[in-house]
Design a protein around this ligand. Sequence first.
Ligand SMILES: CC(C)(COP(=O)(O)OP(=O)(O)OC[C@H]1O[C@@H](n2cnc3c(N)ncnc32)[C@H](O)[C@@H]1OP(=O)(O)O)[C@@H](O)C(=O)NCCC(=O)NCCS
Length: 223
Amino acid sequence: MTLDAPIQLHTDRLLIRDFTADDLDGMHAITGDPEVTKWLSFDTRTRESTADMLDGILSRQQDHPRSDYYFAITLETGGPDLIGFVRLGLGGVKAADLGYTIATAHQRQGYAAESATAMIDFAFDKLGLHRLTANIGPVNTASIRLIQSLGFSYEGTIRDHVFTNGAWRDSRSYSLLSHEWASAPRCEYCNRRIPPRTTGGRTPKFCSTAHRQAAYRARQRDE
Ligand SMILES: CC(C)(COP(=O)(O)OP(=O)(O)OC[C@H]1O[C@@H](n2cnc3c(N)ncnc32)[C@H](O)[C@@H]1OP(=O)(O)O)[C@@H](O)C(=O)NCCC(=O)NCCS
């Protein structure tokens, strides 16, 4: 299945949406930040090369069938700033590569987990895909931790996978299958899927502390 632009996905805190031509400044604030791009498969970009990148994204939005779902992440409460990007690049048979980036100032607040969860739902439930992959630099601890917490399995290392920051870099390759995601437990408050834990321990009943607390308050009101 292919879905036309503009697409919007809503989560508790985020609006994840197709890029527009107005996003150049917000996009360059991220693509021009070496602290972010040192982990990506492209080098730090100038404003001009960011404009070329955005043009490519806007043009591929119009493809039929669409094979690139490259979305801007913004806060649901509004504000002009992009806080990151998330992408599904389709390839192979009912398969896509998942990518994500969060601006330095907004990291470690659960935004990557929240937007990746929405994209995985979108990939399996809306696009009908079967398999997702993620390819991550071997020392990118944050991204490896994130992908493991989403229930992806490690498949192996792709040697000299990308040429970035002046050198070849290996990637650790991870995958998630649709039935694995479908069998993930659901949050008792919002009914959204809770990524299966690969690190062991008890399966949580809620997708976030906020929802655990909201369920507790609702129970108290009902009693
Ligand atoms: C990787 C990245 C997207 C994570 O974004 P984030 O919004 O900070 O991540 P979250 O807050 O949703 O956290 C997700 C998990 O990663 C862990 N994590 C996040 N940053 C971390 C860090 N610097 N070190 C170790 N773990 C980290 C969190 O603890 C959490 O794990 P948990 O659920 O087991 O507690 C962000 O660091 C980033 O954009 N980095 C630069 C670009 C990049 O690496 N993109 C991915 C390329 S493969």
